[in-house]
Design a protein around this ligand. Structure first.
Ligand SMILES: C[S@@+](CC[C@H](N)C(=O)[O-])C[C@H]1O[C@@H](n2cnc3c(N)ncnc32)[C@H](O)[C@@H]1O
Length: 234
């Protein structure tokens, strides 16, 4: 993947931070078993079921990119005890909030990584994961930097290869500009579109009925902004 190699972003190492705080400490201590910093996370590649979740190969491992404070992440983990979910988040505070919230009820089917979404192929083997959720990723509209958008053709190719047959990818955004741009990227990918709408709340039907409102989604819908939604199938 020459392109993604060129675009491989580097993030700072938690270990070398000049000053630790409650969140960075929780990541490497209290939640160490289920929260992985940028150095420990890729060691789980190919071993999420056997080493982290200690489950059969048949148990699904889903992925949420950019969990934020983890409302959907925790809801999903607790609603689906027969599945596992791995979150990716860059910022320490939402990362710890996400794993704390998800594990508060005692379930141990969730894990979180401090990892850049553009490097997700370093976290999972081909055919290792099931469903993927990308909810309200940073739109990079101001400043307009489409190359920084997570739903792009290179990442879509990588995600497709990592997913097992029959899995889905769900993408929601408040940004019409990002969504229309992403539709062109999606056309270049191998995914089939199961459903798409520019207005989930008016035209979403069963997808709206099953929808879980994320933290950012609540803010946008209160402002009357239409929610763009697409569900892709492998
Ligand atoms: C706009 S928030 C949305 C949070 C949540 N999904 C929601 O809908 O409420 C985007 C989140 O993605 C995280 N993020 C941004 N770029 C990322 C990247 N490249 N890799 C992983 N997480 C990222 C941010 O730190 C932030 O928490």
């Amino acid at each position: 993947m020459e392109n993604s190699e060129q675009r491989r972003p580097r993030i700072n190492l938690t270990r070398t931070l000049p000053k630790q705080n409650a969140y960075t400490l929780a990541l490497d201590n209290e939640y160490r078993e289920y929260a992985f910093n940028e150095e420990r996370a890729p060691l789980n590649k190919g071993k999420w079921r056997s080493e982290v979740f200690k489950c059969d190969d048949s148990k699904p491992v889903d992925v949420e990119v950019g969990t934020g404070a983890g409302m959907h992440f925790a809801h999903y983990a607790n609603k689906h005890p027969n599945r596992n979910v791995v979150g990716l988040e860059l910022k320490y505070k939402p990362l710890i909030q996400s794993i704390r919230r998800a594990q508060a009820l005692g379930a141990r089917n969730s894990a979180i990584c401090r990892y850049h979404a553009f490097n997700i192929d370093l976290l999972f083997e081909k055919n290792e994961i099931n469903n993927i959720f990308i909810h309200f990723p940073d739109p990079w509209v101001t400043p307009r930097k489409p190359k920084n958008r997570v739903v792009n053709r290179n990442i879509l190719d990588a995600l497709y290869d990592m997913q097992r047959e029959g899995s889905f990818l769900e993408f929601k955004t408040d940004s019409r500009e990002y969504f229309l741009w992403a539709l062109d990227e999606i056309k270049e990918s191998k995914y089939k579109v199961e459903f798409q709408t520019l207005n989930l709340y008016q035209e979403g039907g069963k997808y709206f009925e099953q929808n879980f409102q994320t933290t950012f989604e609540k803010i946008f819908t209160r402002q009357g902004i239409e929610i763009n939604y697409i569900k892709l199938l492998k």
